[in-house]
Design a protein around this ligand. Structure first.
Ligand code: F6R
Length: 251
C-alpha cells in the first residue's frame, strides 16, 4: 500500500493496486483493532465494496485469527420499509456476507428494523442505542458516487441524528444493480446521522473503482461541505481512507 499525505489535513490515505489488496489491508486493520478487546463495538456498512473485506474476515474467523464472540455490530443503515428477511434488505445482506459465517452472537447484531411500524420512531430508538454506547470503536464506511456516507445524501446540512431519508435518484440508480429493476429499489432508508459516525473512535473508509474518484476527491481535497457528506470526515479524529488506484486517481 502506498501512502499519500496532505499538508494540514488530519486524514490518512492508503492506496492499493487492486480492490483485493485493499480488502486484505482493511481486514488486517480490523483484526488489529479487535485483537485483545473483550467487548468490541464494530460499525458496519453494506454495499459491494466491503464484501471482499467481509470475505477476508470470515477466513480469519475460521482460521481462529479473529473472534466475534464478544463483538457487538452496529450497521449504518437499512432500507425502509423492507422486511428484514427480504433478500434485498441490508439485514439479509449482512447475514449472507458476514454474520452467518462467523461466531457473532445474533443478539449482538444491531441494525435499524426495516419493518418497524413507524420509521421515525425506529430511527429514534436506534439513535438512543447508538448514544447509549457512546460511539463504536471502529466504523467501516463506504462512499456513494455522490459522496454519501451511510444514507446521508447531499444536503445543506450534515444531519446529526439517525433519521429517515429519501434516496436520491443517483443512489436509486446506483443501487438498482441489486434489484431486478430500478422500480423495486426502496425509496427511503433509516440511516445513522453524521453524529454517530463522528463519535466512532476510528473510521476506515474503503472506496474502489473510477466511479468513486470524484467523490473521494471532494471528500478529501475540497472544503468540507454537506454537498459531499463524506467530507465531514476531515474533522474526524482518526480516519483512514483505503483506496484502489482508480478511486485515488483524482487525488
Ligand atoms: C451502505 C452504505 C452506503 C454505501 C455506499 C457505497 O451501508 O452506507 O453509504 O457504503 O452506497 O456502496 P457500494 O459499496 O455498493 O458502492
Amino acid at each position: 500500500m502506498r501512502e499519500i499525505t496532505f499538508e494540514r489535513k488530519n486524514i490518512r490515505v492508503l492506496v492499493g493496486k487492486t480492490a483485493e489488496e485493499c480488502a486484505e489491508f482493511a481486514a488486517a486493520f480490523v483484526t488489529a483493532q479487535m485483537a485483545g478487546q473483550k467487548a468490541f463495538k464494530l460499525g458496519l456498512a453494506t454495499g459491494s465494496t466491503p464484501v471482499l473485506l467481509y470475505r477476508e474476515l470470515i477466513k480469519k474467523n475460521q482460521a481462529g485469527e479473529i473472534d466475534f464472540s464478544g463483538v457487538n455490530t452496529y450497521n449504518l443503515d437499512e432500507y425502509y420499509p423492507i422486511d428484514p428477511k427480504d433478500a434485498q434488505s441490508f439485514r439479509e445482506f449482512m447475514e449472507e456476507n458476514l454474520f452467518r459465517h462467523v461466531n457473532l452472537p445474533p443478539e449482538n447484531i444491531h441494525i435499524p428494523c426495516g419493518n418497524a411500524p413507524d420509521g421515525k420512531e425506529e430511527a429514534k430508538r436506534y439513535e438512543k442505542e447508538l448514544c447509549d454506547i457512546g460511539g463504536v470503536d471502529l466504523q467501516v464506511l463506504g462512499i456513494g458516487s455522490d459522496g454519501h456516507v451511510g444514507f446521508n445524501e447531499p444536503d445543506s446540512i450534515f444531519p446529526y441524528e439517525t433519521h429517515t431519508t429519501a434516496l436520491t435518484e443517483q443512489t436509486i440508480r446506483d443501487n438498482s444493480r441489486f434489484f431486478e429493476s430500478e422500480d423495486q429499489v426502496p425509496r427511503n432508508a433509516i440511516t445513522m446521522g453524521c453524529g454517530a459516525i463522528m463519535r466512532a473512535k476510528k473510521c476506515i473508509l474503503i472506496a474502489t473503482g473510477k466511479n468513486k474518484a470524484q467523490a473521494i476527491h471532494d471528500a478529501i481535497l475540497a472544503d468540507p461541505a454537506p454537498s459531499c457528506q463524506a467530507s465531514v470526515l476531515q474533522f474526524h479524529q482518526d480516519t483512514v481512507f483505503v483506496l484502489d488506484e482508480d478511486a485515488a486517481s483524482l487525488l
